[in-house]
Design a protein around this ligand. Structure first.
Ligand SMILES: [Zn+2]
Ligand SMILES: [Zn+2]
Length: 144
């Protein structure tokens, strides 16, 4: 999504357009590493030191309300934010917390099949797979 599309989307949804909001949206929507709010704030501060954490939180809420961002909540760790709202699997390392997206034709085909079996139109979904990544495996090995 380019800036023009973003602005018209915000307008359609009745949100005020401010340069700060646009700057935050651009950073959040282009970060596919599933950052937490703190990491998003750090990234924004580097380019826009005047933006406050409160503005960041409000903008994250706004993107969530518009269905452009998914908040992945965890029991004992801060939420992570995912701009990929299409059907995909979050592959999550239990060791270091790295998350990456997996999607394929197989997944999409099976998913459509499952949804037709369920017989209801989904308004959202979350698919997580937990693993130990190669780096964490190496570290575990070294500690022994
Ligand atoms: Zn994801
Ligand atoms: Zn790891």
């Amino acid at each position: 999504m380019n800036e023009e599309q973003l602005i018209s989307r915000l307008r359609e949804n009745g949100y005020k357009i401010t340069p700060q909001r646009i700057a935050i949206c651009k950073i959040v929507l282009s970060n596919e590493k599933h950052p937490n709010a703190e990491q998003i704030f750090e990234e924004i501060k580097r380019k826009h030191p005047a933006i406050s954490m409160t503005t960041v939180y409000h903008t994250l809420d706004m993107l969530k309300e518009m269905g452009m961002l998914t908040e992945l909540r965890f029991n004992s760790q801060p939420s992570r934010f995912d701009p990929n709202t299409s059907v995909h699997i979050n592959i999550i390392c239990k060791g270091c917390g790295v998350i990456w997206d997996y999607s394929s034709d197989t997944l999409r085909n099976k998913w459509n099949h499952i949804i037709s079996e369920i017989g209801k139109q989904p308004i959202g979904q979350r698919l997580d797979v937990y693993i130990i990544c190669d780096d964490c495996k190496k570290n575990l090995h070294q500690e022994k």
